[in-house]
Design a protein around this ligand. Structure first.
Ligand SMILES: CC(C)(COP(=O)(O)OP(=O)(O)OC[C@H]1O[C@@H](n2cnc3c(N)ncnc32)[C@H](O)[C@@H]1OP(=O)(O)O)[C@@H](O)C(=O)NCCC(=O)NCCS
Length: 210
């Protein structure tokens, strides 16, 4: 099973399993205020899991780094409420290619607490996966705190290799155009389903979650 092309410039309107509409689009410099507001919607645990410290707010330099991205070496997409687009972002995902090995990229995901556990993280990861494949990235590498068992378990179910080193878990999710090589389990099936439905879509087409 091969995925179709997925252009980095597109935005995508989707519906989560509970019917919540979400607009996914590339991060822009104008999203700075959405990130500032989004940080206030994260619990201390979520901020700790994402930044390895319960960082209260993002510094100017971090805001610039997270929003002024070239969408090639640093790819970042945001999920917003399409009905109230001025609200804080619901979730965000990014990957940054390694300088010395541009086919490997470091990835990170965040979903605001009120929107967690509804499939949004899976959808954002599916977008990163498609963009990685399109950009010639063959491996998404991440670092996860040992306390963040939800994420290490989830990623392992998606076929990521995980190992413990220097007090953290490293995870490596292989990126393949042939998504039939994803494992056969319900988590991977949900992920595969998002990848399939998002691939080849352009503009504001609606994708329904299964
Ligand atoms: C990790 C994160 C992005 C997942 O977002 P999400 O919208 O909750 O993701 P989903 O709803 O698609 O769920 C993804 C997996 O997590 C599991 N999960 C989500 N919330 C959970 C909870 N409260 N308890 C147990 N499992 C949970 C889901 O069951 C799913 O796993 P499965 O497919 O094997 O069942 C979100 O929890 C988050 O932002 N956490 C804080 C930052 C962080 O840890 N980032 C990752 C490291 S960079």
């Amino acid at each position: 099973m091969k995925t179709e092309s997925f252009e980095a410039r597109d935005c995508l309107l989707a519906e989560l399993a509970d019917g919540t509409p979400v607009l996914f689009r590339p991060v822009m410099p104008e999203d700075r205020k959405r990130l500032v507001a989004g940080m206030t919607q994260l619990s201390a645990d979520s901020r700790y899991f994402r930044f390895f410290t319960p960082l209260p707010r993002l510094a100017e330099e971090q805001l610039r780094y997270f929003t002024e991205v070239d969408q090639h070496n640093h790819v970042a997409w945001i999920a917003v409420n399409p009905i109230l687009p001025e609200q804080p972002g619901q979730g965000i995902g990014r990957f940054v290619r390694r300088n010395d090995q541009p086919t490997v990229a470091e990835f990170a995901l965040t979903v605001i607490d009120a929107a967690q556990s509804k499939g949004l993280g899976t959808a954002i990861l599916a977008i990163l996966y498609l963009l990685a494949w399109e950009g010639g990235v063959c491996c998404l590498h991440g670092i996860v705190l040992p306390e963040n068992r939800v994420v290490t378990t989830w990623l392992a179910r998606l076929g990521a290799k995980t190992w413990f080193a220097a007090g953290v878990y490293e995870v490596e999710l292989p990126v393949s155009r042939d998504i039939s090589c994803l494992p056969n389990n319900p988590s991977a099936e949900r992920f595969r389903s998002w990848v399939e439905r998002m691939s080849g879509l352009r503009g504001e087409q609606v994708v329904h979650s299964r």
